[in-house]
Design a protein around this ligand. Structure first.
Ligand code: FAD
Length: 428
């Protein structure tokens, strides 16, 4: 997802800069992408459905503000790429998301939020198009029968099929650039390849999710395994199922192509992180059914007999294109220590080796690696982050104005050198 979004953003910005005669680089942008796998979307981005929605913290913090801008950018991309109207099957449904409150204190905090925020934050909160819904309103509008407390309804959100978003990004970039875009599959990059790539290209963006290519850069990325479960059953079309995505500790989708998807388990200390041998487990399916029960005991009851149906697909990694019965997919999320993504120019390896200047106390004091950028650690929110991150990096690389320019505090919050700076400050 990160790589494909990067390719699309670079293709568009490069073409715009060329059309406006602003590019000081090659006459037309030339993009080469290297992917280790034999096709797109085999990593975390290969789940059949993912959700996109605002992150509402009690104080509308930087993470909320960043995700808010990210969600808006993603929704714009889906519209530009025609995801909701794709024929024969739409690959996105931007019909809103309901976030159920965990308890009364969270419900109160969410309802009080606009009044507690400063003007600019409040504006951002309101532009998230959020509305508090009571249990009765939830039943009436979404068909969810037993919400205990109420929840926040966000118009800006919905579901997306990530692999289709990725294909659409690559297809559009190809149609814009033709021979100026090359995607090499089965082509893993090794850390020792980077210096040559930095010589050969105007910019190199690492979009591998993890930090194995930049072990020296202090990115501090953790691996978190997760399983989604989905079920296809003729009965689902007849059930009173919610008409939009509903989240609490987990999430469930509306009925999409006769299927519903539930996510996702969260294993912070996975024993296996090799993507090629990850397999769904019945234990994780049970945990996901429990997530449905936390959203609605009635829905979980309805689903349970279908969930238990003996299907061999339940413990195999099926192709999302041919699901049947109860299916699951396991993948690894890569998340930074503070759960914000890593977006920007990488810190200088040489400066780290020889020692950072003692006076360096701000991110802009830190020397950077020539032409080397990263978009990684997207964690559980790749769909809300990747398009915004790609536009930001493309604007930085091509020196074009960015449509959804990020405020400096948000750029600092995702700067890939932030953990190094924090350690440097602590060391005094
Ligand atoms: C169970 C689960 C549920 C999720 N649900 C949601 C959701 O509902 N909404 C949401 O927004 N997000 C969700 N996520 C998170 C989302 O999937 C990720 O944030 C996103 O897919 C990350 O995209 P990525 O491109 O950074 O990583 P990946 O999709 O993992 O892609 C990394 C790519 O880099 C390639 N690569 C790795 N090393 C090299 C190398 N050395 N050389 C060349 N290529 C290399 C890999 O082959 C892979 O194709 C979920 C994740 C999981 C696991």
């Amino acid at each position: 997802m990160a790589g494909a979004c990067m390719v699309r953003a670079l293709a568009i910005r490069g073409q715009q800069a060329k059309a406006q005669g602003r590019s000081t680089q090659t006459p037309a942008p030339q993009i080469v992408a290297f992917e280790a796998a034999d096709q797109p979307a085999t990593g975390a981005s290969g789940n059949p459905v993912g959700i996109v929605h605002p992150f509402v913290s009690k104080d509308w913090n930087l993470a909320s503000q960043f995700m808010q801008q990210g969600v808006q950018t993603t929704l714009r991309w889906v519209q530009e790429l025609g995801g909701e109207h794709h024929s024969p099957d739409p690959w996105a449904g931007l019909i809103g998301v309901l976030q159920l409150a965990e308890d009364q204190s969270e419900a109160q905090a969410w309802q009080d939020l606009p009044a507690r925020l400063s003007d600019s934050q409040s504006l951002s909160f309101h532009t998230a198009a959020l509305a508090w819904l009571t249990p009765a309103q939830i039943q009436e509008r979404l068909g969810l029968p037993d919400a205990p407390i109420g929840g926040l309804w966000s118009e800006q959100g919905g579901w997306i099929k990530p692999a289709e978003l990725i294909r659409a990004c690559l297809n559009e970039a190809k149609s814009l650039l033709g021979d100026h875009l090359t995607v090499h599959f089965n082509h893993p990059i090794q850390p020792e390849d980077l210096p040559q790539l930095q010589k050969d290209f105007d910019a190199v963006v690492i979009c591998t999710a993890h930090d194995a290519l930049l072990p020296w850069a202090g990115l501090r990325i953790n691996k978190i395994a997760g399983q989604v479960s989905w079920i296809q059953h003729p009965l689902l079309e007849e059930l009173p199922w919610p008409k939009a995505v509903v989240c609490r500790s987990g999430y469930l989708s509306p009925v999409i192509d006769g299927q519903v998807l539930v996510g996702a388990t969260f294993d912070r200390d996975p024993s296996n992180t090799d993507p090629s041998s990850l397999k769904p487990t019945t234990q994780a399916h049970a945990e996901n059914l429990q997530r449905v029960a936390e959203i609605s005991p009635k829905l979980a009851q309805t689903l349970e007999p279908l969930w238990r149906a003996p299907e061999s697909s339940a413990t195999q990694q099926p192709s999302p294109a041919t699901p049947a019965g109860l299916c699951g997919r396991v993948a690894i999320r890569h998340a930074s220590h503070d759960r914000m993504p890593l977006i920007g120019q990488v810190i200088s390896q040489q400066a780290l080796t020889t020692g950072l200047p003692r006076s360096a106390s701000q991110l802009h004091h830190l020397p950077r690696e020539d032409k080397l950028y990263v978009m990684g650690g997207l964690g559980s929110r790749g769909l809300s982050i990747a398009p915004l991150a790609a536009e930001r990096l493309a604007a930085q690389i091509i020196s074009a104005p960015s449509r959804d320019a990020l405020a400096q505090p948000l750029l600092d919050a995702v700067d890939p050198a932030r953990f190094v700076l924090r350690a440097h400050r602590r060391a005094g």
